[in-house]
Write a protein that binds this ligand. Sequence first.
Ligand code: FA5
Length: 344
Amino acid sequence: MPLSEFLAELDELAKAAMAAYESAADADALEAVRIQFLGAKSGRLKAVQKGLGKIDKADKPVAGKRFNEVKRQIEEGFARIKFAKAEDNLHIQQEVARHDPTIPGISPPLGHLHPITQTITEITDIMGRLGFTVTEGPEVEDHWHNFDALNIPAEHPARDPLDNFYLATAQKTTTAKPQAGWLLRSQTSTVQIRVMEQTSPPVRIISLGRVYRPDTPDATHVPMFHQIEGLLIDRHVTMADLKSVLRLFGTSYFEDDVHIRFRPSFFPFTEPSVEIDMSWHGGWVEMGGAGMVDPNVLRTVGYDPDQFTGFAFGLGIERMCAQRHGITDIREFYKNDVRFLHQF
Ligand code: FA5
């Protein structure tokens, strides 16, 4: 093989390698080019090296010297381009990482409290400011606290199995109280009894929690809902106190000058009993029931009705929350549609 042809082949290879290095898009492509030219087995340089054996003996030193130069050139070219590309990348990364405090941050999506939980917190705050402390009672109740002690006699329709979730668990056999058995409480009025059984008057409490009724779900009914129970027992308590407390409470919760209207009603544990309406946007909205605690109830828990009187009220929390936010169907609270819940 003539020397000139071999040298031209080497020059060609060096040029091709440099061009290929330049056009490699990333580190992987660059490495592929290196293998293509410098690969120990089937690299293009290796192929050209084979021509070295066919060079005249006299020309061999020149050809070998030039071969080594080109080999070094291709190797150094690779190292240089690799370094330059890494530098470029670093600059790009630094550009991206440079902090611009004027760009709004990316806030991670955060959950928040359920609207009913928010309402409970708010109501607790308002009633706390009016001097009421929070108490709790069990959701699984016995008949005594759900009915008997609340002056609801054995044959009363409020005990109808169609209106209550009775539990088919073992009966409470040790109690001396009548109507032993368990149910999911149908009202928070049970807590009135539990508190009065354990405290001497005066009493000023609220209790908020879940209650259960086998009501068919509709826009204003769900089978599991929440009530707030209020109870105030002291000397000389009257219906006027009840109305004042409810008005202060309504005005604070609805952030409006709410008025209270009482309509005659009946609850076995209050006498007299009323339905509570609150004025709202020009109309009257029913919020719950209330009344003066029945002397029978006071006697049952060992209070002297000649010394102490008191009022009690019970309001539906879902309906209050719906009213305030303009929700027309309380079932929305329990569909777990985050698009709905996210609005609160
Ligand atoms: C009672 O539960 C009485 N314990 C209230 C009471 C307490 C009276 C203390 C006197 C003294 P009532 O069954 O009306 O009353 O229920 C009270 C409120 O709970 C209703 O006005 C309504 O706002 C709400 N409520 C009743 N049933 C449902 C239901 N299925 N879904 C959602 N809210 C309901």
